[in-house]
Design a protein around this ligand. Structure first.
Ligand code: 4NP
Length: 156
């Protein structure tokens, strides 16, 4: 089976990117079309060492995915050499990544939402200042994009 290394990235690495990691892992285990080596990181260091936001943990627990053991870290230059894909959750994450991207890095650095036409401007909206409902919207967006992304890399 093809193996692909993927890093999901958001601002704080406690809401969207840990959820994206968990959803991609579960989807890949189900479809068995590619083997994913996944991690997630944040462009900011506010929450380094912390577990995911309890609302993200709950939203994923509700569909049987456990992300509670993840720990936030900041994205590093090495990530651009270690991964095939670096998936940004919004435009700001993408430009922050591009600002530190080494010219000889091998990762494809793209907006995750670009893989699904149903997501607003390719962005996974930041639910951090929202309510539980926003975390469900986030989860549903991430599920749609994850399936489209897996299809894309399986057909590469
Ligand atoms: P995330 O959400 O980028 O999806 O993890 C946020 C988490 C924390 C903050 C902002 C967004 N913050 O400002 O602390």
């Amino acid at each position: 089976m093809k193996t692909v290394r993927v890093l999901t990235v958001c601002l704080g690495n406690i809401c969207r990117s840990p959820a994206a990691q968990g959803i991609l892992q579960a989807a890949a285990e189900k479809t068995k079309t590619v083997e994913l080596f996944l991690d997630s990181a944040g462009t900011a260091a506010y929450h380094v060492g912390n577990p995911p936001d309890s609302r993200s943990i709950q939203a994923l627990q509700d569909i049987g995915i456990n992300i509670a053991a993840q720990k936030a870290r900041k994205v590093s230059t090495q990530d651009f050499y270690d991964n095939d894909w670096i998936l940004a959750m919004d435009q700001q994450n993408l430009s922050d990544l591009q600002a530190i991207q080494p010219s000889d890095g091998r990762a494809n650095v793209v907006m995750f939402g670009d893989f699904s036409p149903n997501v607003n401007f390719g962005e996974v909206a930041d639910p951090y200042y929202g309510k539980d409902k926003e975390f469900v919207v986030m989860r549903e967006q991430l599920q749609r994009i994850s399936h489209a992304f897996l299809e894309h890399i399986a057909n590469e």
